[in-house]
Design a protein around this ligand. Structure first.
Ligand SMILES: C[S@@+](CC[C@H](N)C(=O)[O-])C[C@H]1O[C@@H](n2cnc3c(N)ncnc32)[C@H](O)[C@@H]1O
Length: 432
C-alpha cells in the first residue's frame, strides 16, 4: 500500500496520470495497470488523462510506468500542451523542457510524423529530460541545451512554441512549502526579467501565424498577467482566447483586457495553480519561405547499407520509425526526424532519439524501443501472461527463449512490449 491510500485502497492524493503512448497501445497500458490492481477513472478535460482511484503500490513502480506507457503528471500541468493543441504532423519547440512532461505530451499530440524539440540548459536536468523521453519512446522528439533566450534555431521556424519558463512556483506551494522562502513576494524580479527575455526570443522563433503558449505554475500576477500584457504591447502578439477546460475552476484574470487567459487550480478539484496565455503572431505562414537544412554537414552520418543489414539481423525493424534517418555518431545510433533535418542547422548541437549501438559487427537495439520491434510472432516472443512473469525478468531471472538467435521479443498477452537478449537457450532482460 502506498502512504496515500486509505484502508480501502482508495487513493486520496488526487494523483493523476496520462497515457504516454499512442492510441494503438492504450489497451496495453490499461491491461497492465488493471492486472497490477490499479483503478482509475477518466478526467473530463482529455480522453488520455486519468485520476487514480486505487494505488496498491506506488504508480511510479508500475509496469505501465516502467515501460513508458503512462506518465504521472499533475492535471493542471497537462493543460499547456493540450490547449496549445498542435496539429498532427506539426513541429513544436518546447523552450524550457525538463523534466519533459509537457515535451512528451506534445510529442503525442503531433503524432509520429510531427516533431518536438525540447530545450533544457541545465545539464543535470537535460539528462532527466532525455531519460524520460527515452522511457516514453518519444522517437519524434529531440533535445538541445541552450539558454532559451539564445537558442540558435532559425527565426520563424516553428508554427507552435511552448514557453513554460522558470517561475516562482507559488502554485505548487502545497507540495513545495519552501517556494515562498525562495521566491516570495518582492523577490521575483530576476525571474520576471528572464521570462521577458524568453518571450522575446519565442516571438522571433515563431513563424508568422504561429501559436505561442506561455504557462507558469505560479499565481503571481507579475509573472502572469503582467507578462501577457508585455507580450501584447511590446512584442506585437495577439491574444488567442481559450475555452474553459472541463473539470477546472477558472479564476478571473487580474487584468480585464486579458479575457481568455486561464488561471486554474484555485478550486478544490486538485491540481497545481497554473496560468496559461495563448498568443498568435500576426502574419501568414505562406508569406515566408522557410530555409531547409536538409543536406547540411553534421558530425555523424547516415547508416551504411551494411549497417542497415546489421540492424535487420538484430531484429530491429527500422521501417517502424517515422520519416527521417538513422545516423551513426561514433558507436551510437540516433534517429533524426525529417522535421529536425529540415529545421535544425547542421552546426547546431542537438541530439536525436537513441535507438541502439554498434558493437563490432553487431547492432544492439535499445531494449525499450517498441518502434523497432517486429510484429508479434509466437516463435520470436516470450508472451508473459501475468505481471509477475515480467517482474521476474526485470529482477534478473531468465526464461526459456522461444527460439535461437541473439534476441527475443517480450510481449504481454500477445502485445509487444520490449526486447530481451538471448544467451544460448535462455532469454533475459538487458537494457544496457
Ligand atoms: C518550469 S520548468 C519546466 C517544466 C517542463 N516544461 C515540464 O513540464 O516538464 C522550467 C525549466 O526551465 C529551465 N531553465 C532555466 N533557465 C532557463 C533558460 N534561460 N532558458 C531555458 N530554460 C531554462 C529550468 O532548468 C527548468 O528545467
Amino acid at each position: 500500500m502506498s502512504g496515500n491510500n486509505n484502508i480501502h485502497g482508495q487513493d486520496e492524493s488526487g494523483r493523476t496520470f496520462r497515457m504516454a503512448c499512442g492510441p494503438a497501445e492504450h489497451a496495453l497500458a490499461r491491461t497492465l495497470l488493471e492486472a497490477q490492481g490499479y483503478a482509475f477513472r477518466p478526467e473530463p478535460f482529455s480522453d488520455i488523462a486519468f485520476a487514480l482511484d486505487a494505488e496498491p503500490a506506488p504508480l511510479g513502480g508500475s509496469l505501465a510506468n516502467t515501460f513508458g506507457l503512462i506518465y504521472i503528471q499533475d492535471r493542471s500541468s497537462m493543460l499547456p500542451p493540450l490547449m496549445l493543441a498542435p496539429r498532427p504532423g506539426e513541429a513544436v519547440l518546447d523552450m524550457c523542457a525538463s523534466p519533459g512532461g509537457k515535451t512528451s505530451l506534445l510529442s503525442l499530440l503531433v503524432g509520429p510524423e510531427g516533431f518536438v524539440i525540447g530545450n533544457e540548459p541545465n545539464r543535470t536536468r537535460l539528462e532527466t529530460l532525455r531519460r524520460n523521453l527515452h522511457r516514453m519512446n518519444a522517437v519524434n522528439a529531440a533535445t538541445c541545451s541552450f539558454p532559451g533566450e539564445e537558442i540558435p534555431l532559425p527565426d520563424g521556424s516553428f508554427n507552435c512554441i511552448l514557453l513554460d519558463p522558470p517561475c516562482s512556483g507559488w502554485g505548487t506551494v502545497d507540495k513545495n512549502p519552501n517556494v515562498m522562502q525562495i521566491w516570495g513576494a518582492g523577490k521575483t524580479e530576476p525571474l520576471e526579467k528572464l521570462q521577458r527575455q524568453l518571450l522575446k526570443r519565442a516571438v522571433e522563433l515563431l513563424a508568422p501565424g504561429g501559436r505561442l503558449m506561455y504557462s507558469t505554475c505560479t499565481t503571481n500576477p507579475l509573472e502572469n498577467e503582467t507578462q501577457a500584457d508585455f507580450a501584447l504591447r511590446e512584442l506585437g502578439l495577439t491574444l488567442d482566447p481559450m475555452e474553459h477546460p472541463a473539470g477546472f475552476t477558472v479564476d478571473t484574470p487580474t487584468m480585464r483586457h486579458l479575457d481568455g487567459v486561464l488561471r486554474v487550480g484555485g478550486g478544490n478539484e486538485g491540481g497545481q495553480g497554473f496560468f496559461l496565455a495563448r498568443f498568435v503572431k500576426p502574419g501568414r505562414a505562406e508569406d515566408v519561405q522557410p530555409e531547409s537544412h536538409v543536406g547540411d554537414e553534421m558530425p555523424g552520418r547516415p547508416l551504411s547499407a551494411a549497417e542497415r543489414t546489421m540492424c535487420a539481423e538484430a531484429g530491429a525493424d527500422l521501417a517502424g520509425l517515422p520519416s527521417g534517418e538513422v545516423y551513426r555518431f561514433g558507436d551510437n545510433a540516433y534517429f533524426l526526424h525529417s522535421h529536425a533535418l529540415r529545421i535544425i542547422p547542421g552546426d547546431m548541437r542537438w541530439q536525436g532519439f537513441p535507438v541502439g549501438r554498434f558493437a563490432g559487427r553487431k547492432f544492439k537495439p535499445d531494449a525499450r524501443l517498441r518502434a523497432l520491434l517486429p510484429a508479434y510472432d509466437a516463435s520470436r516472443y516470450v508472451d508473459a501472461q501475468s505481471p509477475d512473469d515480467i517482474l521476474s525478468l526485470l529482477s534478473g531471472q531468465s526464461i526459456a527463449a522461444p527460439s535461437r538467435g541473439s534476441w527475443a521479443g517480450l510481449a504481454f498477452r500477445g502485445v509487444p512490449l520490449a526486447r530481451l537478449a538471448v544467451k544460448g537457450t535462455r532469454a533475459l532482460w538487458s537494457d544496457r
